[in-house]
Design a protein around this ligand. Structure first.
Ligand code: UDP
Length: 375
C-alpha cells in the first residue's frame, strides 16, 4: 500500500531541505525526493580521492546578514569564521576583486590612479560602490576611462565565457553583484556574517533532514515516489516539470576539472578569476582555503562554463535575458492553470539567482505558503 504524505518536496537542496525541516517541525509528514544520491544539491561537499574536501559542483561560500537564516542553520552546524577573497589575473597582474582602490593603484600610473580615485570619491563617496554598467555611463571622462578599463579587462571576457553573452545583454543585477568599490576592502562579500559550516555543507544538510517527520528518498525522481500528498513543493526546473512544452528556459552549465597538487598551497587567494577571453576557463578554486582543512596537499577545480543541454548536463545558472523572463512568466501562468497545487521554489523552480541565504529564505517562504494552504 502506498504511503500518504502531507507534503511532497522535489529536491533536497538548500530550498527543499529548509522547507522540509520547517514543515516537519510544524507536525506535517514530509517526503523529500532527490534524484541525486546526496542531499544539499549543488552545495554538496566531501573528500576527493586524496582526502581533500572539495565542492564537486563548484565553490559555495556562505555569507548573510539575515538573522533568521543564521539562527536556523546554526541549529545544524557550528561555524568557522571565513572571509572570502578573490583575485583576478589582469594584464599579467594579480589584482583584488571586486575592483577596488588597491586594484586601481595596481592598474594605472600613479597620477592617473590618483585622479580616478579622487573622481570616484567625489561621485560615489568614500566606501561607496558603483556597478560597472552604471560607471560606464559617468559624465566624468576620467571615470569613464576607468569604467572602460574595468569593463574590458574584468567583465567583458569573463561574462562572455560565463554566460555566452556580453555584460549588456544580461540582467544588470548579475554584474552588479561585483561592483567597483571606493575603498581598500578586499573581501568579496560585505555581509555581517561570513562563516562556513564547520561540519561541512553535506553534514549540515543531513542533520537538517534527520527528523522523524521527514522521509528522505535519495536517488529517486519525484515521479517515482508513487505516493499521494496534499501539497507539493517543486525545486527542480519549471520548464522540465512541464516537459519543455513552451520551449526550454536558458541555463548555463559548468564543467569542472579537478586537480591535485602535492604542495600545501596553489593559489594566491581561494579563488583566482581569469577574465581574459583567450583563456577557456573562468576561475580556479582552491578548496582548502575555503574549508580551512588541515592537509599537507591541495586540490583545486578549474571551471569551464558550458551551454546547458537538457537531459545531458546539469542546469547551474538561470540565464537572465528579457526573452527568458517572458518565457518564465508564461510557465508561471501555465503552472497556475494546470498545477495550482504545486509551489515552484528555489533557484531552478523560481528561475532566480539565489545566494545560499536567499535559498534558505525561499524554503521558509515555500513552507509558509504550504501551511497557509493546508490551514
Ligand atoms: N564577473 C565578471 N568578472 C569577474 C567576476 C564576475 O565579469 O571577474 C561578472 C560575471 O558576469 C559574473 C557576475 O559578475 O557572472 C557575478 O559574479 P559572481 O562572482 O557573483 O558569480 P558566482 O560566484 O555566483 O558565479
Amino acid at each position: 500500500m502506498h504511503m500518504r504524505y502531507d507534503i511532497l518536496i522535489a529536491g533536497a537542496g538548500m530550498t527543499g531541505a529548509t522547507a522540509a525541516r520547517v514543515l516537519a517541525e510544524a507536525g506535517l509528514r514530509v517526503c523529500v525526493a532527490e534524484e541525486r544520491d546526496h542531499t544539499g544539491g549543488n552545495c554538496h561537499d566531501g573528500p576527493d580521492e586524496y582526502g581533500v574536501i572539495v565542492h564537486p559542483y563548484g565553490p559555495h561560500i556562505f555569507h548573510t546578514s539575515r538573522q533568521a537564516v543564521i539562527a536556523f542553520l546554526s541549529r545544524f552546524t557550528d561555524w568557522r569564521a571565513y572571509e572570502h577573497r578573490v583575485t583576478a589575473l589582469v594584464r599579467n597582474r594579480i589584482i583584488p576583486l571586486p575592483f577596488n582602490l588597491t586594484s586601481l593603484a595596481m592598474c594605472f600610473p600613479v597620477r592617473e590612479a590618483q585622479r580616478m580615485e579622487k573622481a570616484l570619491i567625489q561621485r560615489h563617496g568614500r566606501d561607496g560602490q558603483a556597478p560597472i554598467l552604471e560607471l560606464r555611463r559617468s559624465q566624468d571622462a576620467c571615470l569613464r576611462d576607468l569604467a572602460d578599463f574595468v569593463y574590458e579587462e574584468v567583465f567583458l571576457g569573463y561574462t562572455q565565457k560565463q554566460w555566452g553573452l556580453a555584460p549588456t545583454e544580461i540582467d544588470p543585477q548579475v554584474t552588479a553583484r561585483v561592483p567597483v568599490r571606493v575603498n581598500h576592502d578586499d573581501r568579496y562579500f560585505q555581509d555581517s556574517f561570513q562563516h562556513m559550516p564547520d561540519v561541512g555543507f553535506a553534514r549540515m544538510f543531513d542533520r537538517m533532514l534527520e527528523h522523524p517527520g521527514i522521509t528522505l528518498r535519495l536517488g529517486t525522481p519525484v515521479a517515482d515516489v508513487g505516493a499521494a500528498a496534499r501539497a507539493v513543493i517543486h525545486t527542480g526546473a519549471i520548464d522540465e516539470y512541464f516537459h519543455h512544452r513552451l520551449g526550454a528556459l536558458p541555463y548555463r552549465s559548468l564543467d569542472f576539472d579537478f586537480r591535485h597538487y602535492a604542495q600545501p598551497r596553489h593559489l594566491p587567494s581561494a579563488v583566482l578569476n581569469y577574465p581574459d577571453a583567450a583563456v577557456p576557463w573562468t576561475r580556479i578554486t582552491e578548496y582548502r582555503q575555503l574549508t580551512g582543512q588541515e592537509h599537507p596537499h591541495t586540490s583545486v577545480s578549474v571551471e569551464y562554463p558550458r551551454p546547458h543541454e537538457p537531459g545531458r548536463t546539469l542546469p547551474y545558472y538561470p540565464v537572465f535575458t528579457d526573452d527568458a523572463a517572458r518565457l518564465y512568466a508564461d510557465y508561471r501562468e501555465l503552472a497556475e492553470r494546470e498545477a495550482p497545487e504545486v509551489i515552484f521554489a528555489g533557484r531552478l523552480g523560481a528561475f532566480r539567482y539565489l545566494n545560499m541565504d536567499d535559498a534558505v529564505l525561499a524554503g521558509m517562504e515555500a513552507a509558509r505558503q504550504v501551511l497557509d494552504r493546508l490551514g
